[in-house]
Design a protein around this ligand. Structure first.
Ligand code: PNS
Length: 166
């Protein structure tokens, strides 16, 4: 395998089992995988950047070729700084396709050497999203199996009143 660094960018607010599945798959395909958390989110995140990084580091600690980092500004500039030739993104349902296609083609326009590679998570994770996970916990519902156990705990701490309802 040639030495290829891949960047897996996202908000990860918070990391789900779908993200983790993708990180595992990517880490087997590429020599080095950097999970890159975007710091200048337009939307108001539930977890701070440092909380998200800490959770990502904990759940990937056994993966030797995976590291966690943060970035701001354009993804193509960050990828160039990291000497990464590939961007990794996950596609779940058909609904992801349009957004992902637009981003991949725009990134290619900005840097023609940068390729975006798409992987599909295992079928059991196809319906998971950070947004739905937060919504469920907010209303006191269970998210076991949707996120790593550590993330489930952190979510309960964010919504203590909701977890009392259970
Ligand atoms: O998990 P998300 O929120 O779908 O991730 C989106 C992300 C972080 C990959 C995207 O918003 C991004 O790359 N932002 C950085 C700014 C940038 O490069 N924008 C142009 C992309 S075409």
């Amino acid at each position: 395998m040639s030495e290829v660094t891949v960047i897996y960018p996202g908000s990860f607010d918070p990391i789900t089992n779908g993200h983790l599945d993708l990180i595992q798959r990517g880490s087997h395909l590429f020599s080095r995988l950097i999970v890159a958390v975007l710091t200048n989110l337009e939307k108001e995140p539930l977890f701070s950047v440092s909380e998200r990084v800490e959770m990502l580091e904990s759940v990937t600690e056994d993966m030797a070729n995976v590291s966690v980092d943060t970035f701001s500004g354009l993804l193509v500039d960050y990828a160039r700084r990291k000497r990464a030739g590939v961007i990794l993104r996950g596609v779940r349902a058909f609904s992801d396709y349009e957004y992902e296609l637009q981003m991949a083609l725009m990134n290619r326009k900005l840097d023609s050497k940068l390729e975006t590679v798409f992987l599909m998570p295992a079928g059991e994770f196809l319906y998971i999203s950070s947004r739905l996970v937060k919504e469920i916990v907010h209303h006191g519902g269970p998210v076991t199996g949707l996120v790593p156990a550590l993330v489930e705990e952190r979510l309960k701490q964010k919504f203590p009143a909701a977890s009392d309802k259970r």
